[in-house]
Design a protein around this ligand. Structure first.
Ligand SMILES: C[S@@+](CC[C@H](N)C(=O)[O-])C[C@H]1O[C@@H](n2cnc3c(N)ncnc32)[C@H](O)[C@@H]1O
Ligand SMILES: [Zn+2]
Length: 376
């Protein structure tokens, strides 16, 4: 057995003890304590899905933190940890034995696409947690996932997804992204569109259960199911264009591209097709909140509760950035709670969004928003 040759320390995440490198952000033995929320959320989502008898693959496992936590804290049958870097294997081994999981966890040291392609329809859940884009792995995940299964993936290439480099986004995701005032939500919806289109290619439907943006990453949990007609339906019902005017901030989701702004007549940016359907399953979010009471060992419990409570109300696609509207129209920025109340008093939806503290989700048009804010 290869020995661990670097300085290490022991920590605890959830119910799991982990030996991590002292110098943990070095790319060779990677462990990021800042994404505890993402790992906690994975534990919660899996336990909510009742994963008894599941075979799980943490295909970009690093030192194994996420997969080992799944084995320890979720009611699954078996977990495979895979990482291409040999350097991670001794730490994986150590962490498995420290948590008494030798019979439940297997280690693989191969390229992710190869191991997935070699294990057709084996896994109930596959986790993809890369540096950068998960899109390089979607095709192989579609081979390795069961006919009905679940996937969880992260993306850290948020700059490209959110519009800083349209061509990079086109290369990776097949869709050009542009700078908007709802850039975080746009990035997440482009990521989901790419996943849905790739799974659609392999005749899988795609249903996002819980999706969010946090710090430097996006995270999506989704259900996929094999079947040509449900796969076609996913794409027919959930893709569309977002037409955007950077001059006045007008936006409209439509089945067709709209090239002229309906508010100020300028030329628009047409972005799409992107995912315009639901990015959360409301019933699932509610069950997660109930499960969170049972899964009471997560350190980020309060953060998760707040996040899911916001997600539950974010049913309207694309928030307005109130600060940007005020800047463009030379208005004073109103107090958020008062604006929210005013909109609600008029019978409109007015919800905060987890994407931005400056954002508001409402069913009002830009014109109506401007009129309302101008009354302050
Ligand atoms: C962000 S880290 C994973 C972190 C881990 N999931 C966690 O929660 O701590 C990404 C990992 O992917 C591995 N990796 C990169 N390319 C790979 C490939 N083609 N096949 C398998 N592993 C790969 C890297 O060695 C790295 O450990
Ligand atoms: Zn305009």
């Amino acid at each position: 057995m290869t020995e661990i040759k670097i300085p290490v320390k022991e920590i605890r995440e959830g119910l799991t003890k982990l030996i991590i490198p002292r110098d943990y952000l070095k790319k060779i033995h990677f462990f990021n304590p800042r994404v505890e929320l993402s790992r906690d959320m994975t534990i919660l989502v899996l336990n909510t899905l009742n994963p008894k008898d599941w075979i799980v693959c943490d295909v970009l496992a690093g030192i194994g933190a996420r997969g080992i936590r799944i084995a320890k804290e979720c009611r699954v049958k078996k977990v495979f940890l895979n990482d291409i870097s040999e350097d991670n294997i001794p730490l994986m081994r150590k962490n498995i034995s420290l948590n008494l999981l030798k019979n439940k966890v297997n280690i693989i040291n191969r390229d992710a696409n190869q191991i997935l392609s070699d294990n057709i329809r084996l896994f109930d859940y596959i986790d993809i947690d890369p540096w950068g884009s998960p899109s390089y792995y979607f095709d192989s995940v579609a081979r390795a996932i069961k006919r009905k299964g679940f996937i969880g993936f992260s993306a850290t290439d948020t700059a490209a997804l959110c519009g800083t480099s349209p061509i990079t986004c086109l290369r990776r995701y097949g869709i050009e992204s542009y700078k908007t005032d709802f850039f975080k939500e746009l990035g997440l919806r482009i990521l989901i569109a790419n996943a849905a289109l790739t799974f659609g290619k392999w005749s899988f439907s795609f249903k996002p259960l819980l999706s969010y943006a946090s710090e430097h990453y996006f995270r999506v949990f989704a259900e996929v199911e094999k079947g040509k007609s449900i796969a076609s339906k996913t794409l027919e019902q959930n893709l569309g264009y977002v037409n955007y005017c950077s001059k006045c901030l007008w936006r409209k989701i439509d089945e067709e591209p709209i090239i002229k702004c309906e508010f100020c007549d300028s030329k628009t940016k047409v972005i799409g097709k992107i995912w315009t359907g639901k990015i959360e399953e409301l019933k699932f979010l509610q069950t997660c909140l109930e499960e969170l009471i049972q899964t009471n060992w997560l350190k980020t419990e309060n953060k998760i509760k707040n996040l899911i409570s916001l997600l539950k109300n974010e049913t309207i696609p694309f928030y307005y950035d109130v600060h940007r509207i005020c800047q463009k129209n030379k208005f004073e920025i109103p107090k958020f709670e008062i604006l929210q109340q005013k909109l609600r008093d008029k019978g409109n939806v007015a919800e905060r969004t987890h994407f931005s503290y400056k954002g508001i989700k409402t069913d009002l048009s830009l014109k109506e928003m401007i009129e309302t804010i101008s009354e302050f």
